[in-house]
Design a protein around this ligand. Structure first.
Ligand code: CU
Length: 218
């Protein structure tokens, strides 16, 4: 009984530290959906930053950052896209990087055509020795969700670049498209250990809302 009470208190504390970032709703675009099964087109603009000081909503939230030395996606990681839509994602990637432990994650998976563009060039993978982050959407464990798996690697900015998080700082522009099926909530996160502490899986990797978020398909 004492154990159960202690466990309940722990769950409560863990839960209270999870702050849901503000919702970013994809913009509906006018282009016709030319992919079978899709009825609309939409777009999302994101960035991957070397620190979280660019995330403006955090500055008004006591206790949840910004952390100057924590990498972060922005402007938020709580995303909403339409069901049955061709979603065009643009990610500005401002961070440097390292060799990614698993080269599978240096390849583009689950996008329209199996490709993405990097600074306008169409590619199916990037150099596994120079990866900044990944943007990886996957299912929560549930048999009620339509399958959705999308993973794109973000190329690292060169080490000699002074990585910074302002909009005019040097960056790579990555674009890709994916197609949503029915409604549901999906998890997305960076699969490259880029946080601190234990094996780089701590801090920005283990705190929800920096290198992780939710994709609401509605
Ligand atoms: Cu990362």
């Amino acid at each position: 009984m004492i154990g159960a009470v202690a466990l309940g208190a722990t769950v409560l504390v863990l839960h209270s530290t999870k702050v849901e970032p503000p919702l970013l709703v994809a913009t509906n675009t006018a282009a016709a959906a030319t992919i079978a099964g899709a009825t609309s087109t939409s777009s999302l603009d994101l960035s991957a930053y070397p620190d979280s000081t660019a995330i403006t909503w955090r500055k008004s939230n006591d206790g949840v950052g910004p952390h100057e030395d924590w990498v972060s996606y922005g402007p938020t990681t709580n995303l909403q896209v339409p069901a049955h839509s061709v979603v065009t994602v643009t990610i500005k990637q401002y961070d440097t990087g390292e060799p990614i432990p698993n080269p599978f994650l240096a390849e583009v998976r689950g996008t329209v055509g199996g490709t993405m563009t990097v600074d306008g060039e169409t590619v199916t993978k990037i150099d596994a020795d120079h990866v900044g982050h990944t943007f990886t959407i996957h299912n929560f464990p549930s048999d009620k969700l339509d399958p959705l798996f999308v993973s794109v690697p973000l190329p690292a900015m060169p080490d000699e670049v002074e990585a910074c998080s302002q909009s005019d700082c040097p960056n790579h522009v990555v674009t890709f498209q994916f197609v949503t099926l029915g409604p549901g909530d999906y998890a997305w996160n960076c699969e490259f250990p880029c946080g601190g502490n234990y094996a780089n899986f701590g801090e920005a990797m283990s705190s929800y809302g920096y290198m992780s978020g939710t994709l609401h398909v509605v």
